[in-house]
Design a protein around this ligand. Structure first.
Ligand SMILES: C[S@@+](CC[C@H](N)C(=O)[O-])C[C@H]1O[C@@H](n2cnc3c(N)ncnc32)[C@H](O)[C@@H]1O
Length: 281
């Protein structure tokens, strides 16, 4: 379990935001990609988040939608969504061809025909025409961008891509002020995951943008109402999303329930904590 009281204490004591340390923009190392794929296996360190994403997206994706996942990596979320929404088209966009190869291979192994890949920069996405996308999603990825100007470019591209009734859903880490708090967060993952995953997580926390800056950038670029939720103890992660686009898909909720039941108690506890997020004004 996360030592939440210690994290809050260290964060409360540290008043200044550190400079973020950008990560290499795209990921091509095979060992890193494999560690990434393994981290998303059910019951692993990303399971509670996956349950949360699926629950949110159950009422945001509609039958027949075109869904674009920005910086999809090996596509852990797309591989869950594609069989649950068989008549939707899922496009995973990433700059790393090896990441996209991992996604295509996994999709083929699972017999998924509704997952396509696009090796393009998410700031531009030149192959996609404006006003052709129903849902844009992005998870654990925007912190890879070099700076806030790039983030502005990504949100501006999202706005142009989306149809008038289109939706947006994103999750990412926020910049935690205290180095000690960050170390405790990494140590918690290191207990449950291989060293490479913990190392990757540390780099992600160091590269995170200050949460308020990301929210401001999204609000400037996106014309539709946004809801923001974040971790209530420190600004360590946040979700930015538009409103529901329909009733929740029963098949997705049933799947979430089944997968939650298969996970062990620590994943279920983390998933329960995610239900108590704080709404950011
Ligand atoms: C940490 S992975 C996230 C993967 C996935 N979205 C998830 O939920 O786990 C970040 C991905 O962003 C990609 N990336 C970084 N900058 C990018 C850019 N400007 N355009 C496209 N992909 C980018 C990297 O190649 C990497 O695959």
């Amino acid at each position: 379990m996360l030592p939440i009281h210690k994290i809050i204490w260290h964060e409360w004591r540290e008043k200044r935001l550190p400079a973020r340390v950008p990560e290499p923009e795209y990921m091509v190392d095979p060992a890193q990609i494999q560690a990434y794929v393994t981290a998303y296996e059910w019951n692993g360190p990303a399971s509670a988040l996956q349950l949360y994403h699926l629950t949110q997206l159950a009422s945001m994706i509609r039958p027949g939608d075109t869904v674009v996942d920005l910086a999809c990596g090996p596509g852990p979320l797309l591989l869950e969504l594609a069989p649950l929404f068989p008549d939707c088209l899922f496009i995973g966009a990433d700059l790393s061809q090896p990441m996209l190869d991992a996604l295509s291979e996994a999709a083929a192994q699972r017999g998924l025909r509704n997952v396509h890949t696009l090796c393009e920069d998410i700031r531009d996405l030149p192959s996609l025409a404006d006003l052709t996308v129903d849902m844009v999603i992005s998870t654990s990825a925007l912190h890879h961008l070099p700076d806030l100007e790039c983030l502005d470019q990504v949100f501006a591209r999202v706005e142009r891509l989306l149809k008038p009734d289109g939706g947006f859903y994103s999750f990412d880490f926020g910049l935690v002020r205290s180095a000690k708090a960050r170390a405790l967060l990494v140590a918690d993952v290191a207990r449950r995951a291989p060293a490479l995953t913990a190392q990757d997580y540390r780099l992600s926390l160091d590269a995170a943008f200050p949460m308020a800056e990301v929210i401001a950038s999204a609000r400037r670029a996106l014309s539709r109402p946004l809801t923001v939720r974040s971790s209530w103890f420190v600004d360590f992660f946040y979700f930015i999303r538009t409103r529901d686009r329909g009733p929740p898909a029963p098949a997705v909720l049933a799947y979430v329930q089944a997968m939650r039941a298969r996970c062990d108690v620590s994943v279920r506890a983390e998933a329960a904590m995610l239900q108590r997020l704080q709404r950011v004004r």
